[in-house]
Design a protein around this ligand. Structure first.
Ligand code: NAD
Ligand code: ZN
Ligand code: ZN
Length: 375
């Protein structure tokens, strides 16, 4: 199938995305081809361009991992999907068979280990630019209208769900919501701080609200994000860690801190960890969701308080969600008016405007930018 795709020919060099003609292969056994309605712009794709997430394979990569669309072809032996099905792509696949999947931790599925290999799970490539094989982010590559992907990455949804909004559930919304609900285990009445309220963080604010948090402090250095945060459930906003600490001191005199602190900044620098743990109260949980530069090793950490105050430091992939359960759950929450998606989309773009979309993201102009296919 002929398509247009946004590629990085030299990942890690800040080259920006090159939009060009590509050929997307037909689905093989265990795969389907999907015509996407839209793709969200998640910060994780930017790490490929900046080099915070280095790649160890030859050749270009097609970005994008937050898509929703309609099945147009299924591979041999695929029985659980048919042409015309509406689907959301899960940025992490779940095989349904490995030890992680069968114990309800599908975000850790063994298949996800190959997500950045540039290959389909069978070790071959599906996308070509001329004669050159193109790797696809997370087996997906949603910066093309047509994608051929493993069925392990596909979750069927109801046909009345607006796909151009629902694409966000495929990564950012699930990750943020799950960071609050599962990874932080927010309880009714809790005080929660979300550090970095972009696409993932604003979804964590929504998750905390849905879990019944009493106080939700949105901490972001960008004023626009602070202005938007109350729409999603934030009860307070702060522009710095110091301001967040002052708010906590006022809300809970003598109690020094938040029950849950969820860190969802653009890049997971080691310097964010200690200030975030400082905001976490005795016995509280600090969740580190943001992606750190892969080769970063330096972290300054108050280990005394970590153990002596019984704090829990929790990493998370995909907010510990189980895509096959949580994607339909979040789609229903949107249709019921409980989860806000429309308000998360600040601006839409054509694929040819993808570099503007990333610039807008870096400059803090968007909660989420979305690439729309077919206008
Ligand atoms: N763990 C996972 O499974 C997973 C999944 C998706 C995304 N991510 C990661 O989550 C992070 C957030 O992604 P996003 O798409 O929401 O990005 P985004 O660009 O939409 O939002 C990041 C926000 O952090 C804010 N910020 C940056 N530095 C800050 C600081 N020092 N203090 C306060 N606020 C700060 C920015 O202003 C912005 O609002 C990225 O690192 C991304 O790669 C992780
Ligand atoms: Zn993402
Ligand atoms: Zn699995």
């Amino acid at each position: 199938m002929k398509s247009r795709g946004a590629l990085l020919w030299k990942p890690g060099t800040m080259s920006g995305w090159s939009v060009e003609d590509i050929e997307v292969g037909s689905p093989k056994s265990g795969e389907a081809m999907v015509k996407l309605a839209a793709s969200g712009i998640c910060h994780s794709d930017d790490h490929l361009d900046t080099g915070d997430l280095p790649l160890y394979f030859e050749g270009p990569i097609m970005g994008g991992h937050e898509g929703a669309g309609v099945v147009v072809e299924v591979g041999e032996g695929v029985t659980d999907l048919e042409v015309g099905d509406h689907i959301i792509l899960s940025f992490l696949p779940s095989c349904g068979r490995c030890a992680y999947c069968v114990t309800g931790r599908t975000s850790l599925c063994v298949l996800s280990a190959g997500c950045m290999s540039g290959m389909a799970p069978d070790g071959t490539k599906r996308v070509f630019a001329g004669d050159v094989g193109v790797g696809c982010n997370s087996y997906l590559g949603t910066f093309s209208q047509y994608v051929t992907v493993p069925t392990a990455s596909i979750v069927k949804v109801d046909k009345d769900l607006p796909l151009d909004k629902a694409c966000l559930i495929g990564c950012g919304v699930s990750t943020g919501w799950g960071s609050a609900v599962y990874a932080a285990d927010t309880k009714p009445g809790d005080t929660v701080v979300v550090v970095g309220t972009g696409g993932v963080g604003m979804s964590a604010v929504q998750g905390a609200r849905m879990a019944g948090a009493r106080h939700i402090i949105a901490l972001d250095t960008v004023e626009f994000k602070r202005q938007e945060a109350p729409k999603f459930g934030a009860t307070h906003v702060a522009g710095s860690f110091e301001e967040a600490q002052r708010i906590l001191d006022n809300l809970r005199p003598g109690d020094v801190g938040a029950d849950r602190v969820i860190v969802t900044c653009s890049v997971g620098y080691g310097s964010l960890l200690n200030p975030s743990l400082d905001l976490t109260r005795k016995g509280g949980t600090c969740v580190f969701t943001n992606m750190a530069p892969l080769e970063q090793r330096d972290v300054e950490l108050d280990l005394f308080s970590l153990s002596m105050m019984g704090k829990r430091l929790q990493g998370t992939l995909y907010g510990n969600t189980n895509a096959r359960v949580d994607i339909p759950r979040l789609a229903n929450a949107y249709m019921d008016g409980v989860l806000k998606l429309d308000e998360m989309i600040t601006r839409t773009y054509g694929l040819d405007e993808i570099n503007t979309a990333f610039k807008d993201m870096r400059e803090g102009r968007n909660l989420r930018g979305v690439i729309m296919y077919d206008g």
